[in-house]
Structure formats: structure tokens, C-alpha cells
Design a protein around this ligand. Structure first.
Ligand SMILES: [Zn+2]
Ligand SMILES: [Zn+2]
Ligand SMILES: [Zn+2]
Length: 92
């Protein structure tokens, strides 16, 4: 039984360390899922890619940028976050 629990823990830790390109760095949900506020992936909860090539759910990055502490910077690399035009659809 102990072994089973340790294996489960290892899997959970691996997911936490997954490359950031597989999930939104703000809500940590996968890109093919929704942000923490939405129920339906796709057009209702699109992805937004910045010029720094970090992508987030549109709702997540908007909520982040509305915080004064964000200073309009990408939460992953701390560069000024500017949406990259026409890139969000590539990630479908
Ligand atoms: Zn998100
Ligand atoms: Zn959403
Ligand atoms: Zn970035």
C-alpha cells in the first residue's frame, strides 16, 4: 500500500514539473482545457500568445494584467506582455 501511494505522489510531482508550454502558467490548467473560470474549451476560452512566446488563457492573462502588481509584464518571463497577433489559433 505504501508503494502505491509513493507512485501516485511521483506522478503528481511529475505533472507539477511539466514544461510550461503544455499548460497555462497562471491557472496551471492545460492549454486544451479551460481557465479556472470557464467550463467549455475552445472559442469561449481562447488562448493568447505574447511576443515572448508564452501563452495563457485569454481570461487568465487579462485578469493578471488587471492587477497593479503585474506591471503589464508576462508572469513567466517578466517581459512586457504584448499579444502576438494571429498566433493564438496555431495552438489548436
Ligand atoms: Zn489559464
Ligand atoms: Zn476562460
Ligand atoms: Zn513571457
Amino acid at each position: 500500500m505504501k508503494v502505491v501511494i509513493e507512485q501516485w505522489h511521483a506522478v503528481a510531482a511529475w505533472q507539477w514539473d511539466m514544461p510550461e508550454d503544455d499548460m497555462c502558467g497562471i491557472c496551471r490548467n492545460p492549454y486544451d482545457s479551460t481557465c479556472s473560470k470557464c467550463k467549455f474549451p475552445g472559442d469561449d476560452c481562447p488562448l493568447l500568445m505574447g511576443e515572448c512566446n508564452h501563452s495563457f488563457h485569454m481570461h487568465c492573462i487579462y485578469a493578471w494584467l488587471q492587477q497593479d502588481s503585474s506591471q503589464d509584464k508576462c508572469p513567466m518571463c517578466r517581459q512586457a506582455f504584448k499579444p502576438k497577433d494571429a498566433a493564438s489559433t496555431e495552438l489548436e
